[in-house]
Design a protein around this ligand. Structure first.
Ligand code: VG1
Ligand code: CO
Length: 547
């Protein structure tokens, strides 16, 4: 291929190419404008500096525009001198599989095309995120450098060639760059088999009395779950539902919660409930697990995994430490205390865990938003959490519900809920947060509803590894009954604003462990709402989604 096939295209910066909690997410219409995706990708490459000979992994969650974006990125990578791209067949790679590939094949990083739980389709959302050579989401310093590049970009490089074949495994060339189309599942499945006791899980899943369901929500995890749960571990065919990735996720939100995973929830309740259920999100990095007629809060799930890691072959050396995002309940902290290991509290988003794992400070970590993971990769990992649960169930010979109940008896229960107020006017929501931020240090001592505010602050994180400080990561209030409320605006939406109100409260009284979460937290939620003036600012009195 002659050099003349490389085209230099003049361009001008687009405003707002600032990555949020997890990459850059916008409406498809915005991404599909000529030059928009190209500018952001060239900004990543410019941040890289010299791209010559470098290797990247590339794939996405299969949503609308995934294939087109892969063709564009491949042509740009070739024009920028990259040496090789590893691409998942069909353009598919789950976020955890991407992280696994980067680490296993030692690439210089990877690009994931996903807007995770945001809906897909021509009128819906698209996203792109960059992962570094450790396999993890780019830390803030890197996303900021990419953003700075996007502000001054004036040209991008692209090869003038035909599309590459994405559906056939094997090697090919694009200009001087090598391309290898790989099985998106195989390496990830091997990694899972190296961590968990597949023989015992197979015995469980082939037991006639144990039936489970995995809802892939029409997103990327379908092929992974089918290959691992059904083909390798012997679960009944049909265990995986909504298992074919669809560009529009079947018209739904691939968000694994009680609202969006309705079909699964129905199978877990009623006359003949299944023993175990799970769902994962758009890009396969998050999970919801359910016992028979029993919802497992993600904060509890994280704590249970940490407390029972000794039952899983891959964690026989013990845990170096654990970490959770700040709004996540403190159930994990109690386990860390018992294990006598450190527990770190980070801002929301997986990018803050990477440094801790690279430095060997933590083994398991997670977030209240249905994300759990460990140092086996540098991303949260939905299917990993499901296999972890199955491994614990086999070893303890107890149903999921008993495992959680016994956990509460031993450690006490941290009641936790998150209330999302969606589609808010962005200016007013911003105002509300700004006002609260101004008043936050004066709040201690004030009465809110029936409760008194004992402490309040604006959460800032000093990374114990690189010393970087991330401020403004969520407003916290601690009430005199031991409960806590946290406020922040979502950083993953593409339109309007979403307010997240997180609330938790610790109970140890054995007679108060099995009660209704919303009732247990009602007083604190009311107090929090009053202190902030949610109704006045948003006109809303009830949230759109409760998890
Ligand atoms: C949400 C969750 C956060 C998670 C992020 C990305 O962010 O709250 O915990 O890390 O999504 O997850 P936000 O800013 O909207 O609250 V995923 O699976 O969308 O990559
Ligand atoms: Co996700």
């Amino acid at each position: 291929m002659s050099m003349s096939a490389i085209k230099t295209i003049n361009t001008r910066p687009f405003a707002g190419q600032k990555p949020g909690t997890s990459g850059l997410r916008k409406k498809v219409a915005e991404f599909a404008q000529p030059g928009y995706l190209e500018n952001f990708v060239q900004s990543i490459f410019n941040m890289f500096g010299d791209c010559r000979g470098k290797r990247l992994a590339l794939g996405g969650d299969g949503r609308y525009f995934n294939r087109q974006a892969i063709q564009i990125i491949a042509r740009m990578a070739a024009a920028n001198g990259f040496g090789k791209l590893l691409i998942g067949r069909g353009g598919l790679l789950s976020t955890p599989a991407m992280s696994c590939l980067i680490r296993k094949y030692d690439t210089d990083g990877g690009i994931v095309l996903s807007a995770s739980h945001n809906p897909g389709g021509p009128d819906a959302d698209f996203g792109i995120k960059f992962n570094g050579a450790n396999g993890g989401p780019a830390p803030e310093a890197v996303t900021e450098a990419i953003y700075q590049q996007s502000l001054s970009i004036d040209k991008f490089l692209i090869l003038d060639t035909a599309d590459i074949e994405l559906d056939r495994i094997g090697g090919t060339e694009l200009g001087a760059m090598e391309i290898e189309i790989i099985d998106p599942v195989a390496d990830y499945a091997d990694l899972m088999a190296s961590i968990f006791d597949f023989e015992k899980i197979l015995q469980l899943l082939t037991n006639k009395r144990f039936h489970m369901c995995f809802d892939a929500m029409h997103a990327v995890t379908g092929p992974y779950a089918k290959a691992i749960l059904e083909d390798q571990l012997g679960a009944d065919p049909g265990t995986v539902i909504n298992g074919v990735p669809d560009e529009r996720f079947g018209g739904g939100h691939p968000d694994p919660n009680l609202v969006h995973a309705r079909e699964l929830v129905d199978r877990m309740n009623g006359d003949a409930p299944l023993a175990f259920g799970a769902a994962s999100d758009g890009d396969g990095d998050r999970n919801m697990v359910l016992g028979s007629g029993f919802y497992i809060n993600p904060c509890d799930s994280l704590a249970v995994l940490a407390a029972n890691a000794n039952l899983v072959p891959g964690y026989q050396d013990g845990l170096a430490g654990v970490a959770r995002s700040m709004p996540t309940s403190r159930a994990l902290d109690r386990v860390a205390q018992m294990l006598e290991i450190p527990c770190f509290e980070t801002p929301v988003g997986w990018k803050f865990f990477g440094n801790l794992m690279d430095a060997g400070k933590i083994t398991i970590c997670g977030e209240e938003s249905f994300g759990t993971g460990s140092s086996h990769i540098r991303e949260k990992d939905g299917l990993w959490a499901v296999l972890f649960w199955l491994n614990i169930i086999v070893e303890s010979r107890k149903p999921a519900r008993s495992i959680v109940r016994e956990h509460w008896q031993r450690f006490g229960r941290d009641y936790f809920t998150r209330h999302d107020f969606e589609g808010l006017d962005a200016a007013r929501a911003g105002d509300m947060m700004a006002r609260l931020r101004e008043r936050i240090s004066a709040l201690p001592g004030e009465q809110a509803g029936e409760l008194r505010i004992e402490a309040a602050d604006d959460f800032a994180y000093a990374d114990p590894v690189d010393g970087g400080v991330s401020a403004g990561q969520g407003l916290r209030m601690f009430f005199d009954d031991g409960s806590r409320a946290v406020f922040r605006l979502s950083g993953t939406g593409t339109a309007n604003a979403t307010l997240r109100l997180y609330c938790d409260k610790y109970e140890t009284d054995p007679s108060l462990l099995g009660l209704d979460t919303q009732r247990m937290l009602a007083q604190s939620l009311t107090a929090a709402g009053e202190a902030v003036g949610i109704a006045e600012f948003t006109g809303r009195t009830v949230p759109d989604v409760i998890t």
